[in-house]
Design a protein around this ligand. Structure first.
Ligand SMILES: [Zn+2]
Ligand SMILES: [Zn+2]
Length: 87
């Protein structure tokens, strides 16, 4: 069971490693990996869609700061169910 980076082929077993990876490698990313559109402020776009959409929420958690402890378990469970997380 591994998490997959929404921006590239990087995979990790641990959500925290994925968060570190995304913040290091994809900090300046403009294109939303969920809808495929470019945004001037991707974080803002993700935040606006995080509540209603699980895939946006996942990317939002990877992108934003300080939300891992609150979200990680719940999100991972949801993503496993949704098939976003690779089996
Ligand atoms: Zn990546
Ligand atoms: Zn989007």
């Amino acid at each position: 069971m591994a998490l997959k980076c929404p921006f590239c082929d990087f995979k990790s077993e641990r959500l925290l490693s994925m968060i570190v990876h995304v913040r290091k490698k994809h900090r300046n990313e403009k294109r939303c990996p969920v809808c495929g559109y470019e945004f001037k402020d991707l974080l803002k776009h993700l935040a606006q869609n995080a509540r209603g959409d699980r895939r946006h929420r996942y990317v939002y958690v990877l992108f934003s700061r300080g939300s891992k402890s609150y979200f990680s378990r719940k999100i991972r469970k949801e993503l496993t169910i949704e098939g976003v997380v690779d089996a």
